[in-house]
Write a protein that binds this ligand. Structure first.
Ligand SMILES: CCCCCCCC/C=C\CC(=O)SCCNC(=O)CCNC(=O)[C@H](O)C(C)(C)COP(=O)(O)OP(=O)(O)OC[C@H]1O[C@@H](n2cnc3c(N)ncnc32)[C@H](O)[C@@H]1OP(=O)(O)O
Length: 289
């Protein structure tokens, strides 16, 4: 119920933004920040994150992504989605820092609701989600990958993945933490979360953050072959199993969604947190010069 209502809000937001679909033969649709290659006959879509320069999860991106995902969810012919970046090198730089810095409480609340919605929609999706991680994927980018059923990462030691929030002076919320704990186990999560560690592919594989590491040029073919394996399982049994494994954790957020938004707004509005974000943004800028 809450999910459906939030979805409607996002769809309305989408039409307010005046997004127009570009339909190319009925197989591709794209908006500005998400490109979807939809093979209806095969039942598989590839969703490419396309929000330059670093695929940060801005409010506009989240809105467009959720609209595209909903279109696929609503078409029963689609059973599987491969998530990847249109820009190899960066899968996603995570939440958009500019949405969390120097804005007003109403904006923070709107943004956080959209972040929650992204997680809930992906985490509870009935479709098979395979993540083709073709670049670096910190924080919110890692979270997006963690919602998927199977993760394949490009074998490039320059790429890292993990929840690095504490390095920014912020804290991974409980549902980020729960998703991570359920993936890697309590001790590894406790250690990695406190230090805000980012792991190169080989280490991420060892810890179970990703399921496979393959040469960079094979990430997409591997994702297709993994998808074929998953598609061989009857939907009803796979979906019921997925729901059994995930529902309790998602319900935990759903039942305290409003409180979580309020927590986020008061946390992110603190002067000390704004200062930390400022320092981190400056560091990112200096890296260039
Ligand atoms: C009680 C509850 C409390 C809840 C608290 C809040 C919880 C928040 C949870 C999750 C948080 C996040 O997801 S925070 C985001 C974390 N992300 C990062 O730390 C990544 C930062 N970025 C990088 O490390 C690098 O940009 C990169 C490795 C991803 C890519 O490097 P590259 O060299 O290719 O690009 P640049 O670094 O030059 O960046 C280009 C350009 O993009 C800007 N940028 C980068 N990342 C972000 C971002 N996440 N949001 C917004 N903007 C970003 C960067 O500043 C550059 O901008 P300019 O060109 O203007 O300088």
């Amino acid at each position: 119920m809450a999910l459906a209502a939030a979805g409607r809000v996002l769809l309305q937001a989408g039409s307010r933004l005046g997004r127009r679909e570009v339909v190319d033969g009925a197989r591709r649709f794209a908006n500005k920040r998400v490109e979807v290659e939809a093979d209806e006959a095969a039942g598989i879509a590839v969703m490419k994150l396309k929000n330059p320069p670093v695929n940060s999860l801005s409010l506009e991106f989240l809105t467009e992504f959720l609209i595209s995902l909903e279109k696929l969810e609503n078409n029963k012919n689609f059973r599987g989605v491969i998530l990847t970046s249109e820009r190899p090198g960066v899968f996603s730089a995570g939440l958009d820092l500019m949405e969390m810095y120097g804005r007003n409480p109403a904006h923070y609340a709107e943004y956080w609701r959209a972040v929650q919605e992204l997680w809930l929609r992906l985490y509870l999706s009935n479709m098979i989600l395979v993540c083709a991680i073709n670049g670096t994927s910190p924080a919110g980018g890692c979270l997006m990958a963690l919602t998927c059923d199977h993760r394949i990462m490009a074998d490039n030691p320059k790429y890292t993945i993990g929840l690095n929030e504490s390095q920014l002076g912020i804290v991974a919320p409980f549902w980020f933490k729960d998703n991570f704990v359920n993936t890697v186990g309590y001790r590894t999560a406790e250690h990695a979360l406190q230090l805000g560690l980012l792991f190169p592919p080989a280490e991420a594989l060892k810890l179970g953050i990703v399921d496979e590491v393959v040469p960079e040029d094979q990430v997409h073919s591997k994702a297709q072959s993994v998808m074929a394996q998953w598609m061989a399982i009857p939907d009803h049994s796979r979906q019921l199993t997925k729901n059994m494994m995930r529902k309790a954790m998602a319900d935990n957020l759903i039942k305290q969604r409003e409180a979580d938004i309020q927590n986020f707004v008061s946390f992110i509005s603190r002067d000390s947190i704004q200062k930390s974000l400022h320092t981190y943004l400056e560091k990112l800028k200096q890296k260039k010069g």
